[in-house]
Design a protein around this ligand. Structure first.
Ligand SMILES: [Zn+2]
Length: 397
């Protein structure tokens, strides 16, 4: 069989739903946690592929794949479904997903890119953003495994039998302390939120201030992966059918995690939940999506308090990603209207109405470019640390 026939066969098998396609020595696959790709064809080092939408209603842009056998060659990659490359090109990892760099390469249409794979790299991973998976969380928890201010538990099991982590930090086990509830990955693909959550929890757990005060005064509960199956399986998560995880807070919950969160919080006396914050990433790129911003709900008092928190964050921030409160998106503006909640209540919309809560909101953290600054894992963590300081300031006063 000729090389060309082999390539055609590989392309056919990929089109038939296979995850792996190979031509000569170049292969593309997504058979690892968080992986997502469908290969259309491979001709030499030229690859055509597209994001796997699975049960997404409409289009979305998450993809994450591995290329092997391309050492020393220049890959030409083209996405055949839609323009899914973000503001800084693909994120690239040459160490099996441990560290990531923005390649800053893409065509103007944001649908193709080239990448020269270093001669020593047997494997390169490409993703639309910097992934954050269970393995990242494990590495974070390992750093604090001796801390008496951290406890790792299980919120619930998913439909596929995975554990959804429930972390407790600060005044661990102290039922008299007010709770700050932090959630991320209601939308599976929104991985930058994971680094910001790490930064926030790290500030609570680290020696010195504000950690000392925060640990004394608050019990932090965090669900880093609300849609755990989606994160590990590499789903889009956003606009999932039959229901988006972040529309699952009214009526009977379809998914296990929102049901478990509602049950847990519902078992507390009114007012124990002081503050709830849901971490997200916005759309892929472009105006409004390259600025960090809080998103408001219809509850007016809650939004006024979120704006206070935002003002403090803007004034005290030390991290490299600029936050400007004027970029916040109050309820009623842009996409953030009643029409957007018709599919069901969001986590923060639900939480903001709980009796005795101080405020609830969501924060959007861009995928690649925030106020002109480069989004990296550390930069997103620094935002979390600044958030912790701000929370301390507004909630303790
Ligand atoms: Zn989201």
């Amino acid at each position: 069989m000729t090389r060309r026939e082999l390539a055609r066969m590989a392309a056919l098998s990929a089109a038939a739903g296979g995850l792996r396609a190979a031509s000569g020595d170049v292969s593309v696959d997504c058979a690892f946690p968080g992986g997502n790709i469908m290969v259309d064809s491979i001709e030499g080092a030229t690859v055509s592929l597209r994001q796997d939408l699975r049960d997404t209603a409409g289009d979305w842009f998450y993809w994450h794949f591995r290329v092997r056998g391309a050492a020393g060659r220049t890959l030409a990659v083209r996405f055949t479904r839609s323009a899914v490359i973000g503001a800084r090109g693909p994120a690239v990892s040459l160490d099996r997903g441990l560290s990531w760099q923005w390649s800053e390469t893409a065509d103007a249409a944001r649908q193709s890119f080239t990448y020269a794979v270093p001669s020593g790299s047997q494997e390169a991973r490409f993703c639309m953003t910097i992934p954050y998976l269970e393995s990242n969380l494990r590495a974070f928890l390992k750093r604090y495994r001796r801390s008496r201010f951290l406890r790792t538990g299980v919120l619930c099991r998913t439909a596929k039998g995975r554990s959804v982590e429930l972390l407790e930090a600060g005044a661990v086990g102290d039922e008299t302390r007010p709770v700050i509830l932090l959630t991320a990955r209601h939308h599976a693909c929104e991985s930058i939120a994971g680094f910001t959550l790490e930064g926030l929890l790290g500030a609570v757990l680290d020696a010195g201030e504000p950690g000392g005060r925060l640990r004394r005064n608050f019990r932090f509960l965090a669900v880093p992966f609300v849609d755990k199956d989606g994160v590990e399986d590499g789903d889009q998560g956003k606009n999932r059918r039959p229901r988006d995880h972040n529309r699952d807070y009214s009526g009977a919950s379809v998914h296990a995690s929102p049901a478990a969160i509602r049950k847990l919080v519902g078992s507390w006396p009114a007012g124990r939940l002081r503050f709830a914050l849901d971490l997200h990433c916005p759309w892929l790129r472009g105006a409004g999506n390259e600025e960090i911003h809080f998103v408001g709900g219809p509850a007016k008092e809650s939004w006024a308090r979120i704006e206070r928190l935002a003002a403090v964050l803007e004034s005290i921030q030390t991290g490299p990603l600029p936050f400007r409160a004027r970029n916040n998106l109050p309820f009623g503006k842009s996409w953030n209207t009643a029409a957007n909640t018709s599919q069901g209540k969001s986590f923060s919309g639900w939480a903001a109405e709980l009796p005795g809560i101080w405020a609830a909101g969501s924060l959007e953290i861009p995928y690649a470019n925030a106020g002109g600054a480069v989004v990296t894992a550390d930069a997103a963590r620094a935002l979390g640390s600044d958030l912790a300081c701000s929370l301390g300031e507004v909630l303790e006063s």
